[in-house]
Design a protein around this ligand. Structure first.
Ligand SMILES: [Fe+2]
Ligand SMILES: [Fe+2]
Length: 473
């Protein structure tokens, strides 16, 4: 499947390459192939592009843990590459049309305007830094081919793309994205001027510097323009999108607030805990806070079945069989994933909703179901969430914060020492149950997250509303 996506993608990339630059690339190869050369050349180059992309992404996908790309990611990267070619061609043609510039600026200098830094930024913000490096190298090679394969163009693209991606770390708002572009500009200007001088002498150095700076400055606005389109077309969620989702004006959050106030309060506290946990280990605090707000949206419409919404009322599970209780409680994960898709919350929040209980046990019903288990009418495994287990550090932090909040909430009037012991017990239980086996949280980080959660919960537990015991998170 991946190979097919790769081949199709590279074929499409080349078709555009050939269409846009065919005349400049292929006349040199004419000779005895005569009129048929452009076609034969196109097939040969498509094969070369497919081979290059298969080897490049295949090797990285096998050996670099964070580059396990899905078909969707390939499709996205190929679309970006196509867009890059079109943008480059459009800009270059447009400049050649300006008579005063067309005469005074050598054509080769236009290649310093190819907007790769903007695209590398988008890939880093929407996927991750490892993939943005791979994309920068692949797109540089392909775009340099478009710029008649010149060395300065290839080196400039490699450098400017890397510089852009490097400056797009944690971009929670538009200002930060624009600033990333501004910081990239001097690097691009210097690189363009230096490369132009070293390969072609002093003639176009000033223009190269100006075009390089322009390229860097424009990378922020271009990335901001491309991102919302990519998010809605491919289901990604940037930190900027997450910040938009964190406002309580979002229909899901206002429903959560009005219909299930207990769950809303629980989600806000989990968000605060998870954010502190993320800060403690350098994970993404924005993702943790916002995903925590939405992690239990699957409880909407079934508020009374969850303990945090039962304050003062009878527990409806007393009148239900353990099997039925189990089905209702387990379904909140699946329902949450469905709602996340319906409201287009993006891949990162959806994954966390899906993973926030991992395959953990429904401890609150296990005691009630003990006779059934002893009679072999049910097994302990039936009282486990279906998973998957947390795959990222952020998902793991939310699992820990969620379980810790629920456990501390069930204590009547906890002393700081009780909070401490409860959180330590929860962290140990989750670790020993193997729930953190599939994410890359180190033991040192687990310890740091536990400490951060303990500190915040001790402070929160002082001024809180009491909930009934046996709380389920
Ligand atoms: Fe939950
Ligand atoms: Fe929860």
């Amino acid at each position: 499947m991946r190979l097919l996506a790769l081949s199709l993608g590279s074929g499409a990339v080349f078709a555009v390459l050939f269409y846009l630059w065919g005349r400049e690339l292929f006349p040199r190869g004419a000779g005895r192939w005569g009129g048929t050369f452009p076609f034969v050349g196109a097939v040969a180059l498509t094969l070369a592009v497919a081979l290059f992309l298969t080897e490049w992404f295949g090797f990285a996908g096998r050996e670099v843990r964070k580059v396990r790309l899905a078909a969707r990611d390939f499709l996205f990267l190929c679309s970006l590459a196509l867009l890059l070619f079109f943008a480059a061609k459009a800009v270059i043609d447009l400049i050649a049309e300006i008579p005063s510039l067309g005469r005074s600026v050598p054509t080769r200098v236009y290649s310093y305007l190819i907007p790769l830094p903007a695209f590398a930024m988008v890939v880093r913000v929407l996927i991750n830094s490892e993939t943005s490096i791979l994309f920068t190298v692949a797109a540089s090679v392909l775009s340099a081919a478009a710029a008649a394969g010149s060395w300065p163009a290839l080196l400039f693209l490699l450098l400017s793309g890397t510089a852009g991606a490097a400056r797009a770390r944690r971009v929670p708002d538009r200002y930060r994205m624009l600033m990333a572009g501004v910081q990239t500009a001097p690097v691009c200007a210097l690189a363009a001027a230096a490369l132009e001088f070293s390969f072609h002498g002093g003639g176009g150095v000033v223009w190269a510097g100006i075009f390089g700076a322009f390229n860097g400055l424009l990378s922020g606005p271009i990335a901001l323009a491309v991102m919302p389109v990519a998010e809605s077309a491919f289901g990604y969620a940037s930190d900027i999108r997450l910040m938009e989702l964190s406002g309580t004006g979002h229909p899901l959050l206002s429903r959560l607030m009005m219909e299930t106030p207990g769950t809303f309060h629980h989600s806000v506290v989990v968000g605060t805990l998870a954010e502190a946990g993320a800060h403690a280990i350098g994970a993404n605090p924005v993702l943790c806070r916002v995903a925590a707000l939405y992690h239990d949206i699957g409880k909407l419409g079934r508020a009374q079945y969850f303990s945090e919404n039962q304050a003062g009322a009878a527990n409806v599970h007393d009148a239900m069989s353990p099997g039925l209780s189990r089905a209702v409680i387990l379904s909140h994960v699946k329902e949450g994933v469905r709602m996340a898709g319906e409201y287009r919350l993006g891949d990162r929040i959806t994954e966390i909703i899906e993973q926030h209980h991992g395959t953990s046990l429904l401890y609150c019903f296990l005691d009630k179901a003990r006779p059934m288990i002893q009679d072999r009418k049910a097994s302990e495994e039936m009282f486990r969430y279906p998973g998957p287990k947390p795959k990222s550090r952020e998902a793991a932090i939310i699992m820990l914060a969620d379980a810790a909040e629920a456990a501390v909430r069930s204590l009547a009037r906890p002393t700081p020492q009780e909070v401490d012991e409860t959180v330590t017990g929860i962290v140990n239980r989750i670790y020993l149950d193997g729930q953190l086996n599939e994410c890359d949280l180190t033991l040192r980080e687990l310890h740091a997250v536990g400490r951060a959660i303990r500190q915040v919960l001790t402070a929160v537990a002082h001024a809180r509303v009491d909930y009934p015991a046996g709380a389920s998170n």
